[in-house]
Design a binder for this molecule. Structure first.
Ligand code: KIV
Length: 267
């Protein structure tokens, strides 16, 4: 397996045609498992608002919470690139705040890059953060922090006008100097066109097979989160069932007195 993954290394993967793999991680134990398995990018996503905190959207997640989780993930990482999601209100208000908050993810969180949502509107912000020496991952299409503007988690870019807007957003992310861009919840032919038109790697989630890489929320793909499963999620395991079964066996064994046994006791 290659050496430590870096932002330039991720950019190189587009040129060599090597597919980029990314999963979300929110804590030390998961980060270690994913890193040992060979994942390229550990994304500390603000999706933790749903799968860790139980919120209905990513909007309530705070900067301090994101830094806390990033720090835990960074401690479990050896090879993967750690990218921290900048939460709602941490980069939209002013360039000064965006720069300071992005810097905190590196200094306090141990991240190696940050992700921000938005394209044309965020061009200046991306540029300003990149100029500080911080690699930025863009995120266009269905951007969950704009959920109220979209009126729900709906596939974006189906209409011609909207499609053109998303292309312009992706081009703006590239122009701002980002090292990669997440394409979320868009038709696969649109993702294909963007992947062809931008020189930076596209990392898809619900954007089809033509992207340069793929990302999923780890709780979704492992079958840990069962509140809803979007069409684009493939469940590679049913860990909720495995865990529930283990917990039921523990309860039964404690109740019947077969745990702890001699083997699990001190003499
Ligand atoms: O927050 C997140 O997990 C994300 C990915 C879904 C791309 O932004």
């Amino acid at each position: 397996m290659a050496e430590k993954v870096t932002a330039p290394e991720i950019m190189k993967m587009k040129r060599t045609g090597a597919k980029i793999t990314a999963l979300t991680a929110y804590d030390y134990s998961f980060a270690r498992i994913l890193d040992d398995a060979g994942i390229d990018i550990l994304l500390v996503g603000d999706s933790l608002g749903s799968v860790i905190q139980g919120h209905e959207s990513t909007l309530p997640v705070t900067l301090e919470e994101m830094i806390y989780h990033t720090r835990a993930v960074a401690r479990g990482r050896k090879r993967a690139l750690v990218v921290a999601d900048m939460p709602f209100l941490s980069y939209q208000v002013s360039l000064e705040e965006a720069k300071r908050n992005a810097g905190r993810f590196l200094r306090e969180g141990g991240a190696e890059a940050v992700k921000i949502e938005g394209g044309v509107q965020m061009l200046e912000t991306i540029e300003a953060i990149v100029q500080m020496g911080i690699p930025v991952m863009g995120h266009v299409g269905l951007t969950p922090q704009s959920i109220h503007r979209f009126g729900g988690y709906k596939v974006q870019g189906k209409e011609k006008e909207d499609r053109e807007k998303i292309i312009q957003d992706a081009l703006a992310v590239e122009e701002g100097g980002a090292f990669s861009v997440v394409l979320e919840g868009i038709p696969m032919d649109l993702a294909q066109e963007i992947t062809r038109r931008v020189s930076i790697p596209t990392i898809g989630i619900g954007a089809g097979m033509h992207c340069d890489g793929q990302v999923l929320v780890v709780h979704d793909m492992l079958g840990l989160f069962d509140m809803y499963t979007p069409k684009f999620v493939k469940r590679y395991a049913e860990l909720r069932d495995v865990m529930a079964d283990a917990v039921k066996r523990f309860i039964a064994e404690v109740r019947e007195g077969s745990f702890p046994d001699d083997e699990h006791s001190f003499h």
